[in-house]
Ligand binder design. Structure first.
Ligand code: PMP
Ligand code: GLU
Length: 421
């Protein structure tokens, strides 16, 4: 019998699976198999949504109104989102400028798909959220990764942006507060970026504001369209209910932008998903209208956990953590661990090898390589206090028990100069 062709689309194959989702699944499977694993790999609020939000989801089911909704989202929800954007940023979007999708993930991908021609360049500051490069390629674009460093707070500088722009540049993706670093762009930093974007007529901005509610130490979230009116026609703001309203599994996200981009996104969505789940959307409307103070309550919890984690992580001088300004991740510099051996003797030359050795030691974290910048580890602090404490202690113990095997085979615990921070 002739063998049939099992080839898979090259771009899909190259994208592979999301490493964050992959690690979350792996940690879950190891736990289910009886292994003692602390998983701080995935970034997912651990608290249930507000009561009013859950009640609205139940009411929608009880009303039996669960047939297809409008492709672009329930009218009530689109109006509530437009009102919310106005009160957050002073931006005047109409309900028809909003498209609601299945999580921020869907609308981010749709924006890139409708605005990108084959071969267009998509500028992505690194470290980046794991799915941006895959989404860029799936949209037919070419990701242009611009590395940032601790010295700029892991934010793209105007100089680095300027240097990355070519005639093929189509999108700049901004994510503030950032996953994985927690970096928050200030108004003046965004104004400087906006001026550069304005000089390039083909360049659009995709602003991923999904962590907008989760801020610490008085940091303030600003979206780029609000600092420069000239950018309103050329930027898409994406956000959703997964993080601030702890609704990851209800899968509701949205994009707001100019009609010339939002309209084709809605048309595209009519082919891809026929719109989001109406139960989740009813819950989201209630989240905005009846549980507006819920995110701030959660931030109090995250803030306590952030302090708890930072207090423990300082017990190893082999790692460095800058307190995150927003989101719920520690971005941990592990340059001093490279070249060492793990407590069980595995050689660790990359952050992926460190993450593998840590998993063996019972702690699941995501290596910086997944976010395009090494050597780092990302640790979520969206977990119960005792889970964070135990996870942080495991990391500290692991770091302090690493050894450096010299060529002669003897073991030292001090590091040679080149691995020092
Ligand atoms: N953007 C970033 C930066 C994220 O961390 C996430 C969460 N995985 C998303 C988008 C997608 O969120 P959603 O659950 O709404 O699809
Ligand atoms: N936002 C989370 C993370 O980055 C969830 C997983 C994902 O969607 O990537 O870990």
């Amino acid at each position: 019998m002739a063998q049939f062709d099992m080839s898979i689309n090259d771009t899909v194959l190259a994208a592979g699976a999301s490493p964050t989702i992959g690690l979350m699944d792996k940690a879950r499977a190891l736990k289910a198999g009886g292994k003692d694993i602390i998983s701080l790999a995935g970034g997912e609020p651990d608290m249930p949504p507000a009561e009013a939000t859950l009640a609205a989801a139940l009411a929608r089911i009880q009303s039996r109104q669960v047939s297809y909704g409008p492709v672009a989202g329930l009218a009530d929800l689109r109006a509530a989102i437009a009102t919310d954007i106005k009160s957050r940023h002073g931006l005047e979007y109409r309900a028809q400028d909003v498209v609601v999708g299945i999580g921020a993930k869907q609308v981010l991908a749709e924006a890139l798909m409708v605005g990108t021609q084959p071969g267009d360049e998509i500028i992505i500051p690194a470290p980046y959220w794991v799915s941006y490069p895959a989404m860029a390629r799936l949209a037919g674009g070419i990701p242009v990764i611009v590395e940032t460093s601790a010295s700029s707070g892991f934010k793209i500088t105007p100089e680095a942006l300027k240097a990355a722009i070519t005639p093929l540049s189509r999108w700049l993706i901004l994510n503030s507060p950032s996953n994985p670093t927690g970096a928050v762009y200030t108004r003046s930093e965004l104004a400087a970026i906006a001026r550069i974007v304005q000089d390039h007529t083909r360049l659009l901005v995709l602003s991923d504001d999904i962590y907008e509610d989760i801020l610490f130490d008085g940091n303030v979230h600003t979206t780029i369209a609000s600092v420069d009116a000239g950018l309103i026609e050329r930027s898409v703001l994406c956000s959703g209910f997964s993080k601030g309203h702890a609704m990851t599994g209800l899968r509701v996200g949205y994009a707001v932008g100019p009609e010339w981009l939002i309209k084709p996104m809605i048309d595209l969505q009519s082919h891809l998903t026929s719109g989001g789940c109406v139960v989740g959307q009813a819950a989201s409307t209630a989240a905005l209208r009846e549980a507006a103070d819920f995110p701030a309550q959660c931030v109090k919890t995250y803030s306590r956990r952030r302090g708890l984690g930072l207090g423990i992580l300082k017990d190893s001088d082999r790692i460095t953590v800058v307190p995150p300004q927003g989101a719920f991740y520690f971005w941990i510099d592990i340059s001093r661990l490279l070249g060492m051996r793990s407590p069980t003797g595995s050689a660790m030359l990359t952050d992926t090898e460190v993450a593998d050795a840590l998993l063996e030691a019972g702690l699941a974290l995501v290596p910086g390589s997944a976010f395009g910048l090494s050597p780092y580890l990302r640790m979520s602090f969206a977990a119960a206090d005792e889970v964070i404490e135990e996870g942080c202690w495991r990391l500290v113990k692991f770091c302090n028990e690493c050894t450096l095997a010299t060529e002669s085979g003897s073991v030292v615990t001090e590091l040679p100069q080149q691995f020092g921070a």
